[in-house]
Design a protein around this ligand. Sequence first.
Ligand code: PHE
Length: 346
Amino acid sequence: MTGKATPSLRDEVDKARQSAVSAIASATDTASLRKVAAELANKKSALNAIRAQLGKIEDAAEKKAVGQALSEATAEIESARVARENELGDAEFAAQVERERMDLTEFLTGPRRGTAHIVTQATERLEDVFIGLGFQVAEGPEVETDFYNFEALNMPASHPARSEFDTMFIEPFSDQHEANTVLLRTHTSPVQIRVMQSWKPPIYAIMPGRVFRRDTPDATHMPVFHQIEGLVIDKGITFAHLAGIIEAFTKAFFGNEFTSRLRPSFFPFTEPSAEFDIRRANGSWIELGGCGMVHPNVLAAGGIDPDEYTGFAFGFGIDRMAKERHGVEDIREMYTNDLRFLRQFT
Ligand code: PHE
């Protein structure tokens, strides 16, 4: 090998480097890139052929120069290969992800999803607050007997307080003073008796539900509406506990800026009895419901010894609260099932 041949060997290294780099660049997927790399690694590849001749170069300086050109070319080719491999790998992974993508799109173009009615929403919030205060939720039948709706609640036949409840009777021609006369409950208080009969004290219960009265619908009355009843029976329960629970409930449900007050009142099933009002932040009062210490006759009707236990009860309208909360002017609007009205409260 003459000294003259070596510059052309360096040219050949350069040519081999260029063609290797362009072969790498033109590989369109990792499989073909692997083939290109295998060809470059082959003993017969242009660079390896030159490398095989390295030993034959006599001029030490030239030998070093060609050797250096070879190693630079090898490094450049390798970094080109790694770069291309990453590039193709990323593209192939992205394509695979795209291929395997699962379409989890939720189509909201069909019927709208419904929401709970504002009275249901209010009931659920009330339940949450009372459950938070340690109460349990109970329910009773909407179709009741005279016994549970009146008699057990200290309103025997012909008690004058009965006339305050405009009752809808299921059997209108039966004797309406029989204990087993069937009627639509006029309040949730009969559930107090059912809870006392089936649970053992201590009792901390709330009883929400639908109630019925013979009323002509107007802006503030409906013949069908909702109440929530509360009942606590335990040893040593006093009126102070009642006031405390009403106040705790008021703050938890309406907010800390609200307070409550009790005004003397009368219910046959509680003694003493009170009406309770809540005070808005602006100082105005809203009448909410009735309450009082459970009358001993009522405890006895529920199978509880009035000498051992005392308790309190309260009851108030839920529709009124939903109406107040959402600024509904006419309570009848809540029950016309007009979607334009209902959809305001999603
Ligand atoms: N049941 C009464 C009503 O409907 C409310 C009430 C419940 C009062 C419990 C006192 C105790 O008006």
